[in-house]
Design a protein around this ligand. Structure first.
Ligand SMILES: *[C@@H]1O[C@H](CO)[C@@H](O)[C@H](O)[C@H]1NC(C)=O
Ligand SMILES: *[C@@H]1O[C@H](CO)[C@@H](O)[C@H](O)[C@H]1NC(C)=O
Length: 308
C-alpha cells in the first residue's frame, strides 16, 4: 500500500528528527550544579557560643568584588520598637583607601536606609579621599543626613612602623586593629569592610553586643563553614580560632573591654594589653601570615578563646 508506506516514511522522518533534537538538546544542556541547600537567614556575626553566625567568603580571594550581604531580613522581625536610648548612636567604623570611595558610600547609604536608631560613622580614609567623602555626604538629602553624624580620620598606626602596617595584606586594612586605641571615647562599635551591604537595620546586629557574657569582647563570623574546604584549616601556618578561623569583614567590638583586658599570648607568660600586644605579635608571625590583620585576629582569639 503506497499510502501506508508514505505515512510510515513520514513518521520515521519525524521520529528521527525528534530523536536528533533530543540528543542535541541534552548535549547542549550545561551540567547541572548539585542543588545547594538554602541556608536560613541569620545575623552576620554573633558570639560563637550562640552558634548563629554565618558569613562565608571563599578564599583565597578575601574581597570578592561581588560584596557580601549582611543580615537578610527574617520574616516576623521587621519592626523594632523605638527604645528610650534612641538618641545614643550606634557606631559604625570603616576603613577606605585607594578606589574604595564609591563602595564605601554605598555601604553607608545602606546603613542609613534601614537603621532605626541614630548612627555615628567613623570613616578612616587616606587624606586624598577626605574632601571627596565630605562633598558626597553633603549631597545626600537632609532626610538621610539628619539620621547620622560622621567623623573622618586619617590612617594612623599608634605602634610600630606605619609603612610596614600598610603593607600588611592591603593598604590600610591593618587600621582596624587600632580602633580600640584611636577611638578612646567610643564604648562599642561595628566594624565593616567597604564591600558590605546592609539589608536590614543595624539595630539588629547592634543588639548582639548586649548578649555578650562578661568576658566576650568581640563577635565575628567563621571564615568558613566546612573545615575540609576552609582556607585556614587547609593552609594556615599559624594558630587560628576554632575549626575554620574567623572572618574580620564584619566585627562587633566592645572597645571598652578590649582596652581593659590583659590578653594571653604566645610571647610572654603574663598578659598584655591590646596595644602592647599588636606589634610584637606581628613581628613574631609576619612570615607566616597571608591575610594580614585578619590572621592576627585569629591568632589573638586562638590564645583567648573565651573572649570571642
Ligand atoms: C562594653 O563593656 C563595658 C565594660 O564591661 C560595659 O560597661 C558596656 O556596657 C559594654 N557595652 C555594651 C554596648 O554592651
Ligand atoms: C562567655 O562565653 C564563652 C564562649 O564563647 C565562654 O568560653 C566563656 O567562659 C564565657 N564567660 C563567662 C564568664 O561565662
Amino acid at each position: 500500500m503506497r499510502l501506508s508506506c508514505k505515512v510510515a516514511a513520514a513518521l520515521l522522518c519525524l521520529g528521527s528528527l525528534l530523536l536528533l533534537y533530543l540528543l542535541a538538546g541534552s548535549a547542549a544542556a550545561p551540567p547541572r550544579p548539585p542543588p545547594a541547600p538554602s541556608p536560613p537567614a541569620r545575623p552576620a556575626a554573633a558570639p560563637l557560643a550562640r552558634r548563629q553566625p554565618r558569613l562565608s567568603r571563599s578564599p583565597p580571594r578575601r574581597n570578592p568584588a561581588g560584596g557580601k550581604f549582611v543580615n537578610a531580613r527574617k520574616p516576623g522581625e521587621q519592626k523594632h520598637s523605638k527604645e528610650p536610648s534612641s538618641l545614643q548612636c550606634m557606631h559604625l567604623a570603616v576603613v577606605a583607601c585607594g578606589d574604595r570611595l564609591e563602595e564605601t558610600l554605598i555601604m553607608l547609604k545602606s546603613a542609613v536606609l534601614f537603621s532605626n536608631r541614630r548612627l555615628c560613622f567613623h570613616i578612616f580614609a587616606e587624606d586624598s579621599l577626605k574632601p571627596e567623602f565630605e562633598k558626597k555626604l553633603k549631597e545626600w538629602p537632609s532626610s538621610y543626613t539628619k539620621k547620622f553624624e560622621y567623623n573622618i580620620y586619617p590612617i594612623t598606626f599608634s605602634v610600630g612602623n606605619a609603612q610596614e602596617w600598610k603593607k600588611l595584606f592591603k593598604p590600610c586594612a591593618a587600621q582596624r586593629l587600632f580602633l580600640p586605641v584611636i577611638l578612646k571615647d567610643v564604648d562599642s562599635l561595628l566594624y565593616v569592610d567597604t564591600d558590605v551591604l546592609f539589608l536590614r537595620p543595624i539595630d539588629d546586629i547592634w543588639h548582639i553586643l548586649k548578649e555578650f557574657n562578661s568576658t566576650q569582647l568581640a563577635a565575628m563570623a567563621p571564615e568558613h563553614e566546612i573545615p575540609k574546604i576552609g582556607w585556614y584549616s587547609r593552609f594556615a601556618r599559624h594558630p587560628y580560632y576554632g575549626t575554620t578561623g574567623v572572618n574580620s569583614g564584619v566585627m562587633l567590638m566592645n572597645l571598652t573591654r578590649i582596652r581593659n583586658t590583659q590578653f594571653k599570648n604566645s610571647m610572654i607568660p603574663s598578659g598584655l594589653t591590646w596595644e602592647e600586644m599588636l606589634y610584637p605579635l606581628y613581628q613574631k608571625y609576619k612570615n607566616y601570615i597571608t591575610w594580614g590583620d585578619q590572621d592576627l585576629l585569629n591568632i589573638i582569639f586562638y590564645f583567648n578563646p573565651g573572649k570571642y
